[in-house]
Design a protein around this ligand. Structure first.
Ligand code: PLP
Length: 343
């Protein structure tokens, strides 16, 4: 029985085309700037994002960390959402390793930060205060139902930040999903921010890697930060080759995953005892209502017995994520399994 793995888009296996490209990749010492495949991927990524330069890093966590290290000095403050991945799930790396102070403001249910909250969190010039340096956004917003932030909203935040002498970093782990859901070019989503990180190894299916984009000056600084956290890779062209395939072949098809997530959501919403959050991209949250006596464990275990994996026990919610390897038939099988469990 095929396991239907809806736990995350990070479980995606590389495609056969990626494996072939990796096998054939030209490689060199990337710390010396001599890996032609990495250089090609970085140029391609910068161009796609409409930014000057790009840097291949090991992971999204490393991309966000080196971005913050490059933007901020020790004792500087970063304004970010209280449900952001960077705050919740990256071990507080900015503080632990960079001496950077997180200043939390509430994420709204759609993943946005209120402009008035951002404004209110910006520090004045006072010897008692850390200096505010940066605002971080997340698009799509993982913990806020995978919602995409609009181009207009991002522009508003950037304009407020820039007026106040701050920069904006975008955790765009799934920024290609955001662009697909908004029906715009990814460049439009990234055009107003000073740096953007996106992941090759989530919905884009590559085995390893994320990319940080920004100005040439910023990327030079980030390259130093990557080295000090041990992220300088040598013959990384083997990995970059898969990243090139990801951009060329997988990025254009992400809307299909969104259609399947919506179909799954619609089917789940019809099952008594199940409530579903609004779905805009490939991330779907649902939960059990008071009408049912079923427990979360019964659902997670029942699904597993029927060959379906998802994330349970996330503050009372379940998360299912569609991706390249989830077919229409898998969606139907998942719904059938849920109907059986909830009956
Ligand atoms: C929004 C967001 N940012 C950053 C990351 C970190 O990426 P990685 O797991 O590659 O470190 C994730 C991972 O799930 C994420 O969802």
């Amino acid at each position: 029985m095929k396991m239907i793995d809806l736990r995350s888009d990070t479980v995606t296996q590389p495609t056969p085309e990626m494996r072939e490209a990796m096998y054939r990749a030209e490689a060199g010492d990337d710390v010396l700037g001599e890996d032609p495949t990495v250089n090609r991927l970085e140029e391609m990524a910068a161009q796609r994002m409409g930014q000057e330069a790009a840097l291949l890093v090991v992971s999204g966590t490393m991309g966000n960390l080196v971005a913050l290290l490059a933007h901020c000095g020790r004792g500087n403050e970063v304004i970010l959402g209280d449900r952001s991945h960077t705050f919740l799930f990256e071990q507080g790396g900015m503080a632990a390793l960079g001496g950077i102070v997180p200043r939390l403001i509430p994420n709204q249910p759609d993943g946005t930060l209120r402009l008035t909250d951002i404004e209110g969190a910006i520090r004045g010039d006072n010897v008692h205060f850390p200096r505010t340096r940066l605002v971080c956004l997340e698009n799509t917003h993982n913990m806020c139902n995978g919602t995409p932030l609009t181009v207009e909203y991002t522009a508003q935040v950037a304009s407020l930040a820039h007026e106040r002498g701050l920069r904006v970093h975008l955790d765009g782990a799934r920024v290609f999903n955001a662009a697909a859901a908004l029906g715009v070019d990814v460049r439009d989503v990234a055009q107003d921010v000073d740096s953007v990180m996106f992941c090759l190894s989530k919905g884009l299916c590559a085995p390893v890697g994320s990319i940080l984009c920004g100005s040439a000056e910023f990327i030079a600084e980030a390259r130093r930060a990557r080295k000090v956290v041990g992220g300088g890779m040598r013959q990384a062209g083997i990995l970059a080759a898969a990243g090139i395939v990801a951009l060329e072949q997988i990025a254009p098809r992400l809307a299909e995953d969104h259609v399947r997530a919506k179909r799954l959501a619609a089917g789940l919403a019809e099952i008594p005892g199940v409530d579903v959050a609004p779905v805009a991209t490939n991330i779907l949250y649902f939960w059990l209502t008071k009408e049912t006596s079923k427990t979360q464990d019964e659902v997670v275990d029942g699904l597993k017995e029927r060959g379906v994996l998802l994330m349970g026990r996330l503050d009372g919610r379940f998360r299912a994520v569609t991706h390249y390897w989830i077919t229409d038939e898998d969606v139907e099988r998942t719904l059938q399994a849920m109907r059986e469990i909830m009956a």
